[in-house]
Write a protein that binds this ligand. Sequence first.
Ligand SMILES: NC(=O)C1=CN([C@@H]2O[C@H](COP(=O)(O)OP(=O)(O)OC[C@H]3O[C@@H](n4cnc5c(N)ncnc54)[C@H](OP(=O)(O)O)[C@@H]3O)[C@@H](O)[C@H]2O)C=CC1
Ligand SMILES: O=C([O-])CC(=O)C(=O)O
Length: 253
Amino acid sequence: MKIGLIGAGAIGQYLLKHAEGHSDLNITSVFVRNYDKYQHLEDQFDVEVFTDFKAFLNAETDIIVEAANVETSKILLPEMIKVKDVMLISIGALADEALLKAVSKAGSKTLHLPSGAIGGLDLVQNAKALGNLESVTLTTRKPAASLVSQPITNETIVFEGKAKDAIDKFPKNMNVSIILSLAGLGIDRTKVVLIADPEASKNTHTINVSGGFGDAEFTISNQPLPENPKTSALAALSVFAALERMATNIKIG
Ligand SMILES: NC(=O)C1=CN([C@@H]2O[C@H](COP(=O)(O)OP(=O)(O)OC[C@H]3O[C@@H](n4cnc5c(N)ncnc54)[C@H](OP(=O)(O)O)[C@@H]3O)[C@@H](O)[C@H]2O)C=CC1
Ligand SMILES: O=C([O-])CC(=O)C(=O)O
Protein backbone atom coordinates (compact mmCIF):
# COMPACT_ATOMS: atom_id res chain seq x y z
CA MET A 1 0.00 0.00 0.00
CA LYS A 2 1.44 3.37 -1.04
CA ILE A 3 0.74 6.00 1.58
CA GLY A 4 0.80 9.79 1.39
CA LEU A 5 1.33 11.37 4.81
CA ILE A 6 0.23 14.87 5.85
CA GLY A 7 2.33 16.25 8.71
CA ALA A 8 5.60 14.94 10.08
CA GLY A 9 5.37 15.70 13.79
CA ALA A 10 5.13 13.19 16.64
CA ILE A 11 2.66 10.82 14.93
CA GLY A 12 4.01 11.37 11.40
CA GLN A 13 7.60 10.57 12.39
CA TYR A 14 6.47 7.55 14.40
CA LEU A 15 4.73 6.22 11.29
CA LEU A 16 7.72 6.96 9.06
CA LYS A 17 10.09 5.13 11.44
CA HIS A 18 7.89 2.07 11.90
CA ALA A 19 6.75 1.73 8.27
CA GLU A 20 10.37 1.60 7.11
CA GLY A 21 11.01 -1.93 5.87
CA HIS A 22 7.36 -2.96 6.52
CA SER A 23 6.14 -5.50 3.98
CA ASP A 24 2.78 -3.78 3.24
CA LEU A 25 2.99 -0.17 4.43
CA ASN A 26 5.03 2.08 2.21
CA ILE A 27 5.01 5.83 2.92
CA THR A 28 6.08 7.38 -0.37
CA SER A 29 5.10 11.04 -0.05
CA VAL A 30 4.88 13.55 2.77
CA PHE A 31 3.04 16.88 2.65
CA VAL A 32 4.30 19.66 4.95
CA ARG A 33 4.11 23.45 4.93
CA ASN A 34 7.82 24.13 5.38
CA TYR A 35 10.16 22.29 2.98
CA ASP A 36 13.40 23.42 4.65
CA LYS A 37 12.29 22.07 8.04
CA TYR A 38 11.45 18.63 6.64
CA GLN A 39 13.81 18.23 3.69
CA HIS A 40 15.95 15.90 5.84
CA LEU A 41 13.18 13.27 5.59
CA GLU A 42 14.18 12.70 1.95
CA ASP A 43 17.67 11.67 3.14
CA GLN A 44 16.37 9.63 6.06
CA PHE A 45 13.51 7.75 4.33
CA ASP A 46 12.54 6.77 0.79
CA VAL A 47 10.00 9.61 0.46
CA GLU A 48 9.34 12.74 -1.57
CA VAL A 49 8.50 15.83 0.49
CA PHE A 50 5.83 18.11 -1.02
CA THR A 51 4.66 21.61 -0.17
CA ASP A 52 2.35 21.84 -3.20
CA PHE A 53 -0.89 20.16 -2.16
CA LYS A 54 -2.12 19.50 -5.72
CA ALA A 55 1.16 17.78 -6.62
CA PHE A 56 0.93 15.72 -3.39
CA LEU A 57 -2.64 14.65 -4.27
CA ASN A 58 -1.58 13.72 -7.80
CA ALA A 59 1.32 11.55 -6.60
CA GLU A 60 0.65 7.83 -6.93
CA THR A 61 -0.78 6.78 -3.54
CA ASP A 62 -3.51 4.39 -2.37
CA ILE A 63 -4.44 6.30 0.77
CA ILE A 64 -3.68 9.62 2.46
CA VAL A 65 -2.99 9.58 6.18
CA GLU A 66 -3.52 12.90 7.93
CA ALA A 67 -1.36 13.61 11.02
CA ALA A 68 -1.32 17.43 11.12
CA ASN A 69 -4.05 19.27 13.02
CA VAL A 70 -7.76 20.00 13.14
CA GLU A 71 -7.66 23.27 11.16
CA THR A 72 -5.58 21.81 8.34
CA SER A 73 -7.88 18.79 8.16
CA LYS A 74 -10.96 20.99 7.84
CA ILE A 75 -9.38 22.76 4.88
CA LEU A 76 -7.90 19.76 3.05
CA LEU A 77 -10.40 16.96 3.70
CA PRO A 78 -13.16 17.98 1.22
CA GLU A 79 -10.71 18.02 -1.70
CA MET A 80 -8.83 14.87 -0.65
CA ILE A 81 -11.86 12.65 -0.14
CA LYS A 82 -13.07 13.29 -3.68
CA VAL A 83 -10.02 11.55 -5.11
CA LYS A 84 -8.41 9.36 -2.42
CA ASP A 85 -9.25 7.18 0.53
CA VAL A 86 -8.25 9.09 3.66
CA MET A 87 -7.32 8.15 7.22
CA LEU A 88 -7.87 11.06 9.59
CA ILE A 89 -6.39 11.29 13.10
CA SER A 90 -7.34 14.95 13.75
CA ILE A 91 -10.89 13.75 14.15
CA GLY A 92 -11.93 16.99 15.81
CA ALA A 93 -12.35 18.36 12.28
CA LEU A 94 -15.57 16.33 12.08
CA ALA A 95 -17.17 18.32 14.89
CA ASP A 96 -17.87 20.73 12.03
CA GLU A 97 -21.31 19.38 11.11
CA ALA A 98 -21.30 20.86 7.58
CA LEU A 99 -17.98 19.13 6.89
CA LEU A 100 -19.22 15.83 8.35
CA LYS A 101 -22.32 16.02 6.14
CA ALA A 102 -20.25 16.84 3.07
CA VAL A 103 -17.81 13.95 3.58
CA SER A 104 -20.64 11.53 4.42
CA LYS A 105 -21.96 12.10 0.91
CA ALA A 106 -18.56 12.12 -0.75
CA GLY A 107 -18.98 9.24 -3.21
CA SER A 108 -16.84 6.18 -3.57
CA LYS A 109 -13.87 7.04 -1.36
CA THR A 110 -13.61 5.79 2.23
CA LEU A 111 -12.81 7.91 5.27
CA HIS A 112 -11.06 5.79 7.92
CA LEU A 113 -11.24 7.03 11.52
CA PRO A 114 -8.86 5.14 13.83
CA SER A 115 -9.75 4.95 17.50
CA GLY A 116 -6.77 7.14 18.43
CA ALA A 117 -5.83 7.42 22.08
CA ILE A 118 -8.91 5.56 23.38
CA GLY A 119 -10.64 2.21 22.98
CA GLY A 120 -14.03 0.60 23.50
CA LEU A 121 -15.59 2.18 20.40
CA ASP A 122 -16.81 -1.24 19.23
CA LEU A 123 -18.84 -1.56 22.43
CA VAL A 124 -20.16 2.01 22.20
CA GLN A 125 -21.35 1.40 18.62
CA ASN A 126 -22.91 -1.94 19.54
CA ALA A 127 -24.69 -0.41 22.54
CA LYS A 128 -26.06 2.36 20.31
CA ALA A 129 -27.84 -0.16 18.07
CA LEU A 130 -31.63 -0.17 18.51
CA GLY A 131 -31.46 2.87 20.79
CA ASN A 132 -29.72 1.09 23.66
CA LEU A 133 -27.24 3.83 24.56
CA GLU A 134 -28.36 6.57 26.93
CA SER A 135 -25.32 8.28 28.36
CA VAL A 136 -21.62 8.68 27.48
CA THR A 137 -19.05 10.56 29.58
CA LEU A 138 -15.34 10.98 28.92
CA THR A 139 -13.06 12.03 31.77
CA THR A 140 -9.57 12.95 30.60
CA ARG A 141 -6.63 13.65 32.89
CA LYS A 142 -3.42 14.99 31.40
CA PRO A 143 -0.16 16.45 32.73
CA ALA A 144 -0.91 20.09 33.54
CA ALA A 145 1.65 21.42 31.03
CA SER A 146 -0.39 19.89 28.18
CA LEU A 147 -3.45 21.93 29.13
CA VAL A 148 -2.48 25.14 30.91
CA SER A 149 0.26 27.67 30.12
CA GLN A 150 1.08 28.63 33.73
CA PRO A 151 2.32 26.06 36.30
CA ILE A 152 -0.38 24.92 38.78
CA THR A 153 -0.01 23.14 42.12
CA ASN A 154 -3.43 21.43 42.46
CA GLU A 155 -5.36 19.36 39.95
CA THR A 156 -7.86 21.59 38.17
CA ILE A 157 -10.91 20.93 36.01
CA VAL A 158 -10.17 23.05 32.94
CA PHE A 159 -13.32 22.06 31.06
CA GLU A 160 -16.66 20.45 31.80
CA GLY A 161 -19.41 20.29 29.21
CA LYS A 162 -20.24 18.98 25.74
CA ALA A 163 -17.72 17.36 23.38
CA LYS A 164 -18.67 20.00 20.81
CA ASP A 165 -17.22 22.76 23.05
CA ALA A 166 -14.32 20.64 24.36
CA ILE A 167 -12.77 20.31 20.88
CA ASP A 168 -13.27 24.03 20.23
CA LYS A 169 -11.33 24.95 23.36
CA PHE A 170 -8.75 22.12 23.26
CA PRO A 171 -8.24 21.07 19.62
CA LYS A 172 -4.87 19.43 20.39
CA ASN A 173 -6.20 17.37 23.29
CA MET A 174 -9.85 16.51 22.66
CA ASN A 175 -9.93 14.61 19.34
CA VAL A 176 -10.84 11.59 21.47
CA SER A 177 -14.09 13.29 22.50
CA ILE A 178 -15.13 13.56 18.85
CA ILE A 179 -14.43 9.95 17.83
CA LEU A 180 -16.37 8.94 20.96
CA SER A 181 -19.23 11.24 19.89
CA LEU A 182 -19.25 9.83 16.37
CA ALA A 183 -19.38 6.27 17.73
CA GLY A 184 -22.04 7.11 20.30
CA LEU A 185 -24.44 9.95 21.02
CA GLY A 186 -23.03 12.86 19.02
CA ILE A 187 -21.21 16.04 19.95
CA ASP A 188 -24.08 17.61 21.92
CA ARG A 189 -24.86 14.60 24.12
CA THR A 190 -21.34 13.35 24.84
CA LYS A 191 -20.21 14.77 28.18
CA VAL A 192 -16.58 15.67 28.85
CA VAL A 193 -14.55 16.47 31.96
CA LEU A 194 -10.95 17.57 31.34
CA ILE A 195 -8.49 17.71 34.25
CA ALA A 196 -5.04 19.31 34.33
CA ASP A 197 -2.99 17.33 36.85
CA PRO A 198 0.43 18.59 37.97
CA GLU A 199 1.26 15.09 39.31
CA ALA A 200 0.26 13.13 36.18
CA SER A 201 2.81 11.69 33.79
CA LYS A 202 0.35 9.77 31.58
CA ASN A 203 -2.67 10.77 29.49
CA THR A 204 -5.60 8.97 31.11
CA HIS A 205 -9.04 8.65 29.52
CA THR A 206 -11.98 7.12 31.41
CA ILE A 207 -15.13 6.37 29.42
CA ASN A 208 -18.44 5.67 31.18
CA VAL A 209 -21.36 4.47 29.11
CA SER A 210 -24.78 3.29 30.15
CA GLY A 211 -28.15 2.42 28.63
CA GLY A 212 -30.56 -0.42 27.97
CA PHE A 213 -27.65 -2.81 27.27
CA GLY A 214 -26.19 -2.31 30.77
CA ASP A 215 -23.17 -0.19 31.53
CA ALA A 216 -19.43 -0.13 30.98
CA GLU A 217 -16.37 1.72 32.16
CA PHE A 218 -12.94 1.74 30.54
CA THR A 219 -9.79 3.50 31.63
CA ILE A 220 -6.87 3.87 29.25
CA SER A 221 -3.61 5.13 30.80
CA ASN A 222 -1.46 6.20 27.90
CA GLN A 223 2.25 6.79 27.63
CA PRO A 224 2.75 10.14 25.90
CA LEU A 225 4.98 10.41 22.82
CA PRO A 226 8.20 12.17 23.88
CA GLU A 227 8.16 14.40 20.75
CA ASN A 228 4.71 15.77 21.74
CA PRO A 229 3.52 14.76 25.23
CA LYS A 230 -0.02 15.99 24.49
CA THR A 231 -0.22 13.04 22.09
CA SER A 232 -0.42 9.46 23.37
CA ALA A 233 1.62 6.69 21.77
CA LEU A 234 -1.60 4.69 21.34
CA ALA A 235 -2.86 7.31 18.84
CA ALA A 236 0.10 6.61 16.55
CA LEU A 237 -0.30 2.86 17.08
CA SER A 238 -3.99 3.11 16.19
CA VAL A 239 -3.14 4.60 12.78
CA PHE A 240 -0.49 1.97 12.17
CA ALA A 241 -2.77 -0.89 13.21
CA ALA A 242 -5.76 0.46 11.24
CA LEU A 243 -3.57 0.56 8.12
CA GLU A 244 -2.37 -3.00 8.74
CA ARG A 245 -5.95 -4.22 9.27
CA MET A 246 -7.02 -2.83 5.88
CA ALA A 247 -5.13 -5.69 4.23
CA THR A 248 -6.87 -8.45 6.18
CA ASN A 249 -10.10 -10.17 5.16
CA ILE A 250 -11.14 -11.13 8.70
CA LYS A 251 -12.70 -8.12 10.41
CA ILE A 252 -12.91 -8.19 14.20
CA GLY A 253 -15.59 -6.19 16.02
N1 LIG B 1 -7.59 11.06 17.54
C1 LIG B 1 -6.81 11.00 18.60
O1 LIG B 1 -7.03 10.23 19.54
C2 LIG B 1 -5.61 11.85 18.67
C3 LIG B 1 -5.37 12.83 17.73
N2 LIG B 1 -4.26 13.60 17.81
C4 LIG B 1 -4.09 14.64 16.79
O2 LIG B 1 -3.23 14.15 15.77
C5 LIG B 1 -2.63 15.25 15.09
C6 LIG B 1 -1.12 15.05 14.96
O3 LIG B 1 -0.58 14.97 16.27
P1 LIG B 1 0.99 15.14 16.52
O4 LIG B 1 1.75 14.36 15.53
O5 LIG B 1 1.21 14.91 17.96
O6 LIG B 1 1.17 16.72 16.21
P2 LIG B 1 2.52 17.52 16.04
O7 LIG B 1 2.20 18.91 16.45
O8 LIG B 1 3.65 16.81 16.68
O9 LIG B 1 2.78 17.49 14.45
C7 LIG B 1 1.93 18.13 13.53
C8 LIG B 1 2.60 18.11 12.17
O10 LIG B 1 1.69 18.67 11.22
C9 LIG B 1 2.38 19.67 10.47
N3 LIG B 1 1.45 20.68 9.97
C10 LIG B 1 0.83 21.67 10.66
N4 LIG B 1 0.07 22.42 9.84
C11 LIG B 1 0.22 21.89 8.60
C12 LIG B 1 -0.28 22.23 7.33
N5 LIG B 1 -1.10 23.27 7.15
N6 LIG B 1 0.08 21.48 6.27
C13 LIG B 1 0.92 20.41 6.42
N7 LIG B 1 1.46 20.06 7.61
C14 LIG B 1 1.11 20.78 8.68
C15 LIG B 1 3.38 20.25 11.46
O11 LIG B 1 4.37 20.96 10.75
P3 LIG B 1 5.12 22.27 11.36
O12 LIG B 1 6.38 21.71 11.94
O13 LIG B 1 5.32 23.11 10.16
O14 LIG B 1 4.23 22.88 12.39
C16 LIG B 1 3.87 18.95 12.09
O15 LIG B 1 4.80 18.31 11.24
C17 LIG B 1 -3.02 16.50 15.92
O16 LIG B 1 -4.16 17.11 15.35
C18 LIG B 1 -3.40 15.90 17.26
O17 LIG B 1 -4.23 16.73 18.01
C19 LIG B 1 -3.31 13.41 18.76
C20 LIG B 1 -3.50 12.46 19.72
C21 LIG B 1 -4.69 11.63 19.79
O1 LIG C 1 -3.41 11.63 22.79
C1 LIG C 1 -4.32 11.76 23.62
O2 LIG C 1 -4.28 11.20 24.75
C2 LIG C 1 -5.57 12.51 23.29
C3 LIG C 1 -5.40 13.70 22.45
O3 LIG C 1 -4.40 14.38 22.46
C4 LIG C 1 -6.52 14.08 21.59
O4 LIG C 1 -7.55 13.37 21.59
O5 LIG C 1 -6.44 15.09 20.88
